[in-house]
Design a protein around this ligand. Sequence first.
Ligand code: 9YT
Length: 133
Amino acid sequence: MIVKRLQDVIGTENDVDTETWNSRRLLLKHEGMGFSLHDTIIKAGTETLIWYRNHLEAVYCIEGEGEIETTDDGKIYPISAGTVYALDKNDRHLLRATKDMRMVCVFNPPLTGQEVHDSEGVYPLVKEDENAA
Ligand code: 9YT
């Protein structure tokens, strides 16, 4: 049985902060669940180009607002609390937040914890306006 709290992860090596997102990795590969589970903040006013070529990711927004654009077809889907998206085709996409978005993310296969921006197909692009709301 594994029990932990977000507070246990904040400030540790499993709290990965980049220019455009802050990922708090709650469960990782070594915990043996077959997936990893993250509580991630997408920062307001940012745009991130993401392409998980080797992972499937499901993302459930529980706070905030933004949008996702799939780059193959230019389709834009608004995101707000209660929206889930699943990158079932390893979809390359742009993720934009107009307000800080809090996302519950699940990865299959699980992340090991070593992944940071610029690896695993994550390419932060532009930090537009930190204060945009
Ligand atoms: C929603 C999303 O893909 N954000 C990028 C960070 C990623 N979820 C992670 O490493 O936790």
